[in-house]
Design a protein around this ligand. Structure first.
Ligand SMILES: *Cc1c(COP(=O)(O)O)cnc(C)c1O
Length: 425
């Protein structure tokens, strides 16, 4: 895909005028600056803005609670008892899964633990886990404590794939080399589909194939991938995945998260797991005292533990409806690639070398985020962005992450963001 750009403001305005997704911006509340104008909101990789439809859908459930009390579990509309089912198909579309492979529940890190409880079954010979460095801290804590939980030592059991010296992103070949080298010791490989720090999109399919060839479980954390890049989890054959919904899915703080379990495992009711009543076959769920055996649902639902948290699910329904209305990830990705490449083009106009973009240059190896490493006064640069009405984030010691998203950002915002950075002295 070749894209040609111009640094003119008019060019950015023209791209916005021609953008078939431009009306979706109206579906969000964008935080306002001191001047009452919308901030340039490039922080959707941390917390997506509020879909306007979220308020009404939450209000409806508050009304149902007020009017119906316990009867709302089985009332018409979207009964609470099976509320998670309303999220299943739109979520499955976003990750490229069969509906039976997806369950929305809990939060991301909890789901990671639940998946590891099933898929990390260390033996004397096969007990190692491979993950990336830097990984998101929560993933690090989760994986290390999984290892310790089995009486093992992360020093022996944890392998890290790192960028080479002087590089910022991890080469796929290096990941595959580690898998080959430790193929008979590795139990699980777990990677962020899109790295939270660099914005690198990994070759999920290639890593999965390399792992599975040796009987190694391939799991992915899709916190920065879902709603950002197209995914085909079923066809890529990955074993499991987890994600959160408050970043690119705009479902609100602490919104309910999701998990994918590949069909070949999801239907296998003999797999060990940490269970709760909502993972049990619904036909016997309420006969617990009569039939005390746990009978898992033969789908990803078999990992569900508790009854669905309605108020952290309702906004996700509103958000997923927006993704469907936009036509799914394909049109969104097309605009997203252009937005980010436009931003990259404009930043590269700056010859001063005061900053380096550490995100991969190829649009196929990144999502929407660009990670900008500032060589001098990084905090001041970030403060300048804040003062100028930009919301983006700063990662110690010197990286500014900006994530222009196709649902609510514009090419003109990208142009303004680049102008602020390029005029910084
Ligand atoms: C955002 C993020 C998390 C957050 O975990 P929660 O359990 O939702 O708090 C975990 N891992 C990665 C890679 C993330 O980007």
């Amino acid at each position: 895909m070749t894209m040609t750009f111009s640094a003119d403001e008019d060019f950015a305005l023209r791209l916005d005028a021609e953008d078939p997704l431009r009306q979706f911006r109206e579906k969000f509340h964008l935080p306002l600056g001191k001047d009452g104008k919308p901030l340039i909101y490039f922080a959707g990789n941390s917390l997506g803005p509020m879909p306007k439809a979220a308020r009404q859908i939450v209000d409806e459930e508050l009304d149902n609670w007020a009017r119906l009390g316990v009867d709302a579990h089985h009332a018409t509309g979207t009964p609470w008892y099976s509320y998670h089912e309303a999220l299943r198909e739109p979520s499955a579309r976003l990750v490229g899964a069969k509906p039976l492979e997806v369950i929305c529940m809990n939060s991301l890190t909890v789901n990671l633990h639940l998946m590891m409880a099933t898929f990390y079954r260390p033996t004397k010979s096969r007990f190692k886990i491979l993950m990336e460095d830097p990984a998101f801290p929560s993933d690090n804590y989760a994986i290390k404590t999984q290892i310790v939980h089995y009486g093992l030592d992360p020093k022996d059991a944890l392998l890290l794939a790192r960028p080479r010296k002087g590089e910022f992103t991890i080469r796929t070949e290096d990941i595959l080399d580690v898998i080959e080298e430790h193929s008979d010791r590795l139990a699980v490989v777990i990677f962020g589909g899109v790295n939270f720090f660099t914005g690198q999109l990994l070759d999920i399919e290639g890593i999965t194939a390399a792992a599975r060839k040796h009987g190694i479980i391939a799991g992915f954390d899709l916190a920065h991938a879902i709603g950002n890049v197209p995914l085909s989890l079923h066809d890529w054959n990955i074993d499991f995945a987890v994600w959160c919904s408050y970043k690119y899915l705009n479902a609100g703080p602490g919104a309910v998260a999701g998990a994918f379990v590949h069909e070949r495992h999801a239907t296998n009711t003999s797999l060990p797991r940490l269970a709760g009543w909502f993972g049990n076959d619904p036909t016997t769920r309420f006969r617990l005292h009569l039939e005390p055996e746990f009978i898992p649902v033969p789908s990803a639902d078999g990992w569900q533990i508790s009854n669905p948290p309605i108020f952290s699910m309702a906004p996700l329904r509103a958000s997923l409806a927006i993704f469907d209305k936009a036509g799914g990830m394909e049109p969104l990705r097309a605009k997203s690639s252009r937005l980010t490449s436009h931003l990259e083009f404009l930043l590269n106009q700056n010859a001063s070398k005061r900053f380096t973009i550490i995100t991969p240059k190829s649009p196929n190896e990144r999502g929407c985020q660009l990670s900008i490493l500032a060589h001098e006064h990084p905090k001041e640069l970030h403060n300048e962005l804040i003062t100028a009405g930009v919301k983006c984030d700063f990662r110690e010691p010197n990286v500014i992450r900006g994530a222009p998203t196709p649902l609510y950002n514009t090419f003109h915002e990208v142009w303004r963001f680049a102008r602020i950075l390029n005029e910084h002295r």
